[in-house]
Ligand binder design. Structure first.
Ligand SMILES: [Zn+2]
Length: 335
């Protein structure tokens, strides 16, 4: 499927063809793109799958968006959704990584393009190493030849000759599909099997509040992404409330803003439930964003606006086809 999309995107790269098709096939709605990290992740100790683009690649993408689309900030999304046709695109970043400020922000400023940053406030406040980065580090750096996670993975994971990045992907996938009450046991078992304790706190990983204030002052939108990045639907209501109201409170205290925009951690179809949506409304959230692909349209509910991920190492032709013909190239997953 992925290959087919890339081949189709390459065929459309002939001069003028993609733009002509884009004009001939008008669309409604807003293509909300999602990024996590920008820069060179190839030697990172952490989860390398989180890098959405290199600095140069991101610069190229933003330049293309500026020249060929109407890039809107999320504070304009209500108006953009109501327009019957257009080529509206929004840029969003999740989590609050330091490279968002150091690398992405200067590129955005240079092009004069707005973006939104969804912040998990506990990461900024406490400099915590998130579980996905911890697991990637443990599996990458262990000297053990195999990992026995038999309760959760059918066979021992052989590391000695295999592709270490693929092994990291498999352990992360196993962790993501766990029932919440097994998460701690899984992490303990992984520490024992790898012989590596993940540190709780990490330096140089996250932005700080001064950086986020600076971006807000420069016209960037700041939204909420909970306190500690749990899958909200897996939690009891009172804990969900702490995650949502607690995030809103920190954004208000540090930035003096209301949490009008919110991105669901993980953002799959099942990551929020009716309680989540009620709590978001109570917290004053106007728009909430998912992460299973697709385009946000006037037909989307306000608390489930679809976003499309920009994947690590995405081909330039595919990126351009996605933003000019999203109705073809940005279908939601599992639809
Ligand atoms: Zn996130």
């Amino acid at each position: 499927m992925k290959m087919k999309r890339e081949i189709a995107a390459r065929c459309l790269a002939a001069p003028g063809l993609r733009s002509a098709l884009s004009t001939a096939l008008p669309r409604a709605g807003v293509l909300v793109l999602n990024y996590h990290r920008v820069g060179d992740g190839t030697r990172s100790r952490y989860d390398r799958a989180l890098w959405s683009a290199t600095a140069e690649g991101f610069d190229d993408q933003v330049g293309f968006l500026k020249a060929n689309c109407d890039v809107v900030g999320l504070d304009e999304i209500g108006d953009a959704l109501r327009q019957r046709r257009g080529r509206h695109v929004a840029i969003t970043f999740d989590d609050g990584y330091l490279d968002n400020h150091e690398i992405a922000f200067p590129v955005l400023r240079r092009h004069g393009v707005p973006a939104t940053f969804f912040i998990a406030t506990g990461f900024i406040d406490r400099r915590l190493l998130p579980w996905w980065d911890a697991i990637a580090m443990q599996v990458r750096e262990t000297t053990r030849e195999r990992l026995d996670l038999r309760e959760w993975m059918p066979a021992p994971l052989v590391l000695e000759h295999g592709d270490r990045e693929a092994a990291i992907g498999r352990v992360l996938a196993a962790y993501k599909s766990l029932p919440i009450d097994q998460a701690t046991r899984f992490r303990e078992r992984l520490a024992e099997q790898t012989g590596i304790e993940a540190p709780e706190v990490v330096e140089g990983h996250w932005m700080d509040w001064d950086m986020i204030r600076g971006m807000a002052a420069a016209g960037m939108t700041i939204g909420g992404h909970t306190v500690s990045h749990p899958v909200l639907s897996s939690l009891p209501v009172d804990v969900q409330r702490e995650e949502i109201a607690g995030c809103a409170a920190r954004l208000r205290e540090e930035l003096g803003i209301a949490m009008s925009h919110f991105a669901y951690p993980v953002g799959s179809r099942g990551s929020a439930n009716a309680d989540t949506r009620r709590l978001l409304r109570e917290a004053g959230v106007r728009y909430a964003y998912s992460f299973y692909g697709g385009i946000a349209t006037a037909a989307s509910t306000r608390l489930d606006l679809q976003r499309t991920a920009i994947a690590n190492g995405i081909d330039r032709n595919l990126f351009r086809a996605m933003v000019q013909l999203p109705q073809v190239f940005c279908r939601p997953a599992g639809a």
